[in-house]
Design a protein around this ligand. Sequence first.
Ligand SMILES: Cc1ncc(COP(=O)(O)O)c(C=O)c1O
Length: 454
Amino acid sequence: MIIAAAVRSKHSHIALTHSQAPGSALNTVGQGLPKAAHSAVEETEARGGRKACAKPHSWPISRRVHPAKPELQLPACLGTVLPEPALVPAGTESELQLPACRGRSRRPWSTAEVEVGEAVPTLAAPELQEKAATLLGVDRTLFVPTNTMANLISVMCHCQRRGSQLLLGQESHLHVYEQGGVAQIAGVHSHPLPDLPHGTLDLLELERTVTRGLGSPYHPVCELICLENTHSSSGGRVLPIDYLRQVRLLAQSCGVRVHLDGARLMNAAVALHVPPARIVEHCDSVSLCFSKGLGAPVGALVGGPKDFIEGAWRLRKALGGGMRQAGVLAAAALVGLADVEEVLLRDHQNARRFAQGLQELASPICSVDLAAVETNMVMVTVDGLPPQELCRRLQAVSADEVAQTGRAVRVLLFPWTGRSVRAVWHRDVSARDTELALRKWGFVLKQLGALRTG
Ligand SMILES: Cc1ncc(COP(=O)(O)O)c(C=O)c1O
């Protein structure tokens, strides 16, 4: 029996399945889980220890989105388009009712009791947008399908002349993984700067680059600096608030604006024990993603001043992101926000526990910089073995494993660089899953003769 579900996206790397016998079905990308697996996922989550987490502070988001009776019945067809069923919260509080006929086609919205919005997208998901605006301390927010679109819209709003210059980290998601949309769609010229290990940019280098072309007809006009928080490619590092303040001061002194790619902004806020508004106040605009640690199937938002969001609305329409019955998607995002502090805190604790456990294994081929584990990611450095091979072994199950450990566990990861593997936690990976992943890691290292204790 599979009791935990697979997750496949590049930002949700850790996924774990374990079974009582080798050869159990592997959760593959894009396939629905078998029914037994769904209930098993719920079982895992119920044991996940959400209630046990400390609550460091309170943000102005109602914790129960659907009070007495569940107001949202997910449409029956949603299961056919959800690539990651396990990302749907299926907690004991019945915040979401999983569709009974996953995979069958039926009129999608016939049982929906939630406000799904009007034919005019402006009216869709107002509750989410208002709550998020309060949470982020901005005038307004706008619900969009993806964080990539949120970033692109933000860049287009800030950089209205073709050939404007955008400064950003050379490893930032916006620069590396978003198809150069700012160039191919917005005609914006990106100038990448080296990312420091903490996910920051060197302030002197930034100042030199921003001021170099000021007033010069030979240089592109620098209009925008983009930062990323948490910083994904450095392993979920949190940008210090003082750094954000200094970047903003520098930008303002040169007439440049600051956009924050806050796909994982809530992780940063939880790690810093501050309301997210304390981070966003140092930026001119922000994006936030609901489909990562917050666990919604889809959705992101862009936030900023009123006139900025009015411009963003038009751009969303132009980019094809104006969704009609978006309220159903927004409802899932609200569920993600409702218990965000405790879920993300638990993810951070699980990631740290994993990192410590891996260090305790003291293997010469796998190491973790514990000081760099700040949120829900663990970057594992792999020496003397291609990371692909390590990932292959972590995923494989064998009779040997069952004989030696009593269970068969699959840990689904993929390499991050030629020498590292990145593991990411989210609401569907429990403390118990984390322990099982660690045990499997130990088993694989032992097989490789790469355990000092082995
Ligand atoms: C930091 C960061 N920004 C933006 C994105 C893009 O998000 P989406 O996949 O919703 O477009 C990602 C996705 O992994 C990300 O990690």
